[in-house]
Design a protein around this ligand. Sequence first.
Ligand code: ADP
Ligand code: MG
Length: 687
Amino acid sequence: MPRVHPAPRALLEERGRETVEAALELWPRAYQDRTALRRISELRVGDEATVLGTVAHVRVQRMRNGRPLLKVGVQEGGSALELVFFNPPPWRLKQFAAGESLLCSGKVTEGFGARRQMSQPEVEKVQAGDSANFGRIVPVYPGPADYQHPALRKLMKRLVDELAPAAVDDVPAEIRARRALAGRAEALRDAHFPPPGTDPLRAAERVTPAFRRLVFEELFFLQLALAMRRRGVRAEAGIAFDASPAALARAVEPLPFRLTGAQERALAEIARDMAEPEPMNRLLQGDVGSGKTAVAFAAMMLAVRSGWQAALMVPTEILAEQHARTLSRWLEGRGVEVALVGASARGKAQREARAAVAEGRARIAVGTHALLEQAVGFERLGLVVVDEQHRFGVMQRASLISKGRRPDVLVMTATPIPRTLALAFYGDLDQSKISELPPGRTPVTTRLFGDSQRKAAYALARGELEAGRQVYVVYPLVEESEKSDLADATTGATELAKVFPGHEIGLLHGRMKPEEKQRVMDRFRAGELQVLVATTVIEVGVDVPNASVMIVEHAERFGLSQLHQLRGRVGRGAAKSFCLLLAHFRRAGDEARERLRAMEETQDGFEIARVDLRIRGPGELLGTRQSGQKLLDVADLYRDEAILEEAREEAFGLVERDPDLARPEHAAAREALAGRWAGRLSLAQVG
Ligand code: ADP
Ligand code: MG
């Protein structure tokens, strides 16, 4: 672009906007409506206004410190306004000449003798043609005051007018027409300089037609990438398991309860995938306690009865042990062996478990990432189930999958992901959801206690203990200082012995050996211990139905989904249950308060996830904060749910119609796809 003033260009370059494209994507943070011109005679002190006048005089005075002070008198219809510029740069001193027409915008103040003034106003000489700064709704860019300089707006206006029309519109025309989307050039123009009649607030909220198009575009290409990936997985030959109604009936038969309707629906979806020769790649979401294990069990039984092995990978030893125990109990006397693959290969039991898996005597292997060790081999791995999937990285999952030949994959998560986030980032996985809890659960009452109200919380817990129930007390674990946390929990346990006399108290923390942890957990499960004091190791998946109270110490230090997980440990039996959050309000920030309040207000994991999304944004929810990459630019998953659904439908439809995007009318989309997501897409490959 010729004749660009170096100052606004430098502003852009300093912030990494070195290309026209990048500059065009510097989105305004707000807008000012300067459509209407005011008469000078009508101006009142305090008004923000834009007026058109004629320069009457120009005066330079000296301030007390010797710096120049520029005063420009402007007249219109017999009324006068004085523009005041403090310490102006040299070019400003020469900017004005009597007789010129001038647009001025700023706040009206009062000078000597009730004279109306504007100090440091924005001004522009009136020329023929469009002004970037007046007579329209103008953008306010993020950044310091120099970012609001008229010269930057002028440059943006030129980019938008002269170069944006040359941008290729990479959303296929057919889709644009069907969704009534603006063209890219038009959208860029209106995003920076909204057309007359636009509500500046709506523009700032990015809900105008221009932003609808830009948001659609961003989400469309994300979905297109996911649709292409999904197709890639599907194109490979996998295993067709026997998932006939008879096989299904046989798979659920060992369960000691009837599946809920929601569990049955999820299982039917899984079974349908498993019956197909294409590899399954499915995400099963279900709130804490919704009974994902039973569904996974039935899926594993389908694999086992078809002559394959199944692997269940979980994030903690305690959980592995619990799952192995549950599955073995359900399978008692049915000739299906479950092997627990532990962390260390040493010891006779472990050698045997591993051999059983390798030789195929064990048909189901349960373990932590120990399952990933090279030494762990399978005879015929056909189904991989990953529980609490957010705890595992992409590579870990891939490495388990590689132990079979294109096994089916089921990933499960109890960290409810809002639907938008799931669609946006796990959109290449098919999704099932368990949306109801098993019968007989009573809702958990959640209450917040300040530090001084600790006694009341304890009294409530004591009552439950006396009624024969059990209690968890959880302390936060701060990784950098495991020692002090241990101290916290240990002191806590000692204190609690005084608070709950006559009850056995057990302590569980991260530095205990697996066998020790196991022993404590066993005793708690058996009811020999009534109170379990723990660092967050019990966060995930532990199932002790008789426990009815969860006390969380320093609740302000926990994330929302963690708190929800912890709460999910109680309310598993028929008894009324309580989640008591002890918080140091004074030290808690606004976000922490908002989290705690959300916990009190709702039990619905998906609602909690929505709040979490609003508070923290998608990057942090997906654990990508460290990467420093911004996942989305204009789109906001909280706000743009409806657009996401449309974009997804169109993207998946497009891949269906033209799987390689080979048609000429899709060439632009194909190219855009490669360009946009290079490097960023790996984040979405978690599935
Ligand atoms: P999560 O989805 O959190 O992993 P679990 O699989 O641990 O949940 O199940 C929670 C509890 O609910 C377990 O005690 C389990 O036995 C029980 N459960 C699961 N499904 C049913 C059902 N259909 N009817 C009754 N109880 C069930
Ligand atoms: Mg579970």
